[in-house]
Design a protein around this ligand. Structure first.
Ligand SMILES: [Zn+2]
Length: 662
């Protein structure tokens, strides 16, 4: 039995890991580009050309703003980890020049070019940003004696590279404070690149919003494996970087697969507002929980007339529900926080954020904040307006039409979230999955339904013919529905897989949202059986494991218990952690794994004694259970068979489960 695998909890999404799958036979496509992605069709050409007429592409202001204050850029295009793996590569995106190729929505292409602008920038007196070397930004504010660093990017490697660039151009100054704006890993994972060791971190206040640590380590734990798999679609981990594959994530270029860390905050911002003095600068923090992230804050620097909007504002329509999966966010609260920010911005001359370039000028900032505020409120209010007239999510997504004042503003275009899926998220927030129509109460599962659809439509050959005809007409959404039924009815049907992949190519090429494009093109690649990159081990960062409260591990184990196998079990296990003086009792009853922190039970089947430190290593995959037993670092008292039986009832999670086939 593989204990190592059995003990791994679902933290994979925190590591944003890639995983490999056994590829079925590779399908060749007509006019493919080597990865199989087909040429854009006439219809895609026309659709993308039409986009050029709908938006003010002549307005180049954002390009000027994204370059404003440029100081210098990295000379080496690659950022490597200690083993020489590439964490970031500027050369990946060198192809993004000139007009949009026919296989990319011109609006997304424009955003991709903006996100490719990279370097160290002077934002305002005493405020600097490093942009374009990670999905996220690092902002540095000059205090009286050193730097206040706002957000430390995703990885140690990219953060270190950012600090190197700062030192190269602005000299060496100590880090006097760190602010994590929110609980997403692209804003705290790189802390070891900023504070490399205990000496550097000693005495440096780390400020974070209330609830930061719990949210940072727990948001993705229970559903982590599935979220990681879905994230691989959303961010195009498996796609090449070219005009027929990944071009941008909308929010930034893409994710950085490096080394993640976490140093716990020393100061939490609780309540609505807190004023602090950091290295001689007054900072007014505004807590904004439950909007873009469960724990998030914005910050206002009165003496610098500057505001940090964290990730509540950006140059995209953000996600009310991210496609990798997460708990749905509250669009109304989000909008209300931005209303509050507008009130605070009366003395602000510059607004910077966790992603993208800043906004300068008081009037421009107010106008920008109002549009950010209103895009979420408009989607929220109109979704409920239609819902209260009986419309359901797929109908509402078609019905919502933005006013020109919003739809023609690049900063709220759907490069990351979309009006379509955000309106469905608002519906979900209020109503959940059930649309109220009894036909949808208990339909057949996808495979059974697909077999009957195909039969009702005249059999596989007829469905393929209709699917290809819809493809020929450029009716890609309908073609996808029909061909998806055919693939689910018979995943070995290579013609159906090929045709569906071709349809997904075109849907991807037309998408304005980076994640939509990546979803379609990743699906196309997997249907074609493209060889996936070699698996990167899903090592859960030890920093993050150490920060996890013990109960969270047992929550994560509980969601792996095979309820059927455990149905008749009645097992009690004591886990005694000697170094932290905590005992946790686990009991299986009614097919459910319960756990509680309490005294050891004398009737337990087995008592396992070890340190929390060794437990962390076990979870982080840096030691195996066998090694701990061999070294005498774990003591098993009682029935070893019960212990083995317990682990045998835990399901292995599947990091490469199928999505586009049953
Ligand atoms: Zn972010």
């Amino acid at each position: 039995m593989n204990y190592r695998h059995h003990l791994t909890v679902g933290l994979a999404v925190l590591a944003l890991s890639c995983s490999s799958d056994t590829a079925p036979e590779k399908l060749a496509a007509a006019g493919d580009d080597g990865s199989g992605h087909t040429a854009p069709t006439e219809q895609t050409l026309r659709a993308n050309a039409a986009v050029l007429k709908t938006l003010p592409f002549d307005d180049r202001t954002d390009f000027d703003l994204a370059k404003r204050g440029f100081i210098g850029a990295r000379k080496d295009p690659k950022i490597l980890d200690a083993k020489g793996n590439v964490v970031w590569n500027l050369d990946d995106y060198r192809f993004e020049t000139g007009d949009a190729p026919a296989s990319v929505n011109p609006s997304l292409w424009r955003q991709a070019k903006l996100n490719s602008i990279h370097g160290l920038f002077k934002v305002a007196p005493r405020i600097y940003q490093v942009r374009g070397y990670d999905l996220a930004n690092m902002t540095l504010v000059e205090g009286d004696t050193g730097w206040i660093v706002i957000d430390v990017m995703t990885t140690e490697e990219t953060a270190r590279a950012a600090m190197d660039l700062v030192r190269e151009h602005l000299g060496t100054k100590p880090v006097k404070a760190v602010i994590y704006t929110h609980s997403h890993i692209d804003h705290f994972g790189g802390i070891r690149g900023v504070l490399p060791d205990a000496d550097a971190a000693a005495g440096v206040p780390i400020i974070a919003p209330d609830g930061f640590l719990e949210e940072a380590v727990s948001e993705n734990v229970l559903a982590g494996t599935a979220m990681a798999r879905r994230a691989s679609y959303m961010f195009g981990f498996l796609l090449e970087r070219n005009a027929r594959a990944h071009v941008d994530s909308g929010l930034g270029k893409g994710t950085a697969p490096g080394t993640y860390g976490l140093v716990a905050p020393t100061e939490l911002v609780t309540g609505v507002e807190r004023v602090m003095n950091l290295d001689g600068l007054e900072v007014v923090f505004q807590n904004t929980p439950g909007a873009e992230a469960p724990a998030e804050l914005m910050a206002y620097f009165p003496t610098l007339r500057a505001m940090c909007g964290a990730e509540n504002v950006s140059h995209v329509l953000h996600n009310v529900l991210t496609l990798r999966g997460a708990k749905v966010r509250d669009a109304l609260r989000w909008s209300a926080y931005l209303e509050d920010a507008i009130a605070r911005a009366s003395d602000v001359d510059v607004l910077f954020a966790s992603h993208h370039w800043p906004t300068w000028g008081h009037d421009e900032i107010i106008a920008y904040l109002k549009k950010q505020r209103d895009i979420y409120k408009y989607i929220h209010d109109q979704t409920l307006r239609f819902a209260n007239r009986g419309y359901t999510p797929r109908e509402i997504a078609e019905l919502i039409t933005l006013p020109d004042s919003l739809s023609k503003t690049f900063a709220v275009r759907g490069y990351y979230g979309t009006v379509s899926h955000n309106s469905k998220a608002v519906y979900q927030h209020y109503f959940g999955w059930f649309e109220g129509n009894p036909a949808g109460l208990n339909p057949l599962p996808p495979e059974e339904e697909a077999v009957r659809y195909v039969d009702a439509m005249g059999g596989a050959a007829a469905v393929l013919e209709k699917g290809l005809a819809a493809y020929g007409d450029g009716d890609y959404r309908w073609a996808a529905t029909m061909l998806n039924h055919l693939v689910f009815a018979d995943p070995t049907h290579t013609g159906a897989r090929q045709a569906l992949a071709d349809v997904y190519d075109q849907l991807g090429y037309q998408a304005e949202s980076g994640p939509w494009r990546d979803f379609y093109l990743t699906g196309a690649g997997e249907l074609r059986g493209n060889a996936l990159p070699a698996s990167r081990d899903a090592i859960t960062p030890i920093d993050i494991v150490q920060s996890m409260p013990t109960h969270l591990f047992f929550d994560a184990l509980a969601v792996r218990l095979n309820g059927e196998e455990a149905a008749d079990e009645d097992t009690v296990l004591n886990f005694v952690f000697t170094d932290i003086d905590e005992t946790h009792v686990l009991e299986i009853e009614n097919g459910v794994l319960h756990h509680a922190r309490s005294d050891a039970r004398s009737d337990a089947d087995v008592t396992v004694t070890l340190t929390r430190g060794d437990w962390n290593k076990l979870i982080a995959n840096t030691v195996t259970l066998q090694e701990l037993i061999f070294d005498g670092r774990i003591d098993v008292d009682g029935s070893t068979l019960s212990l083995i039986g317990f682990f045998a009832m835990l399901d292995e999670q599947d990091p490469a489960f199928s999505i586009v086939v049953p």
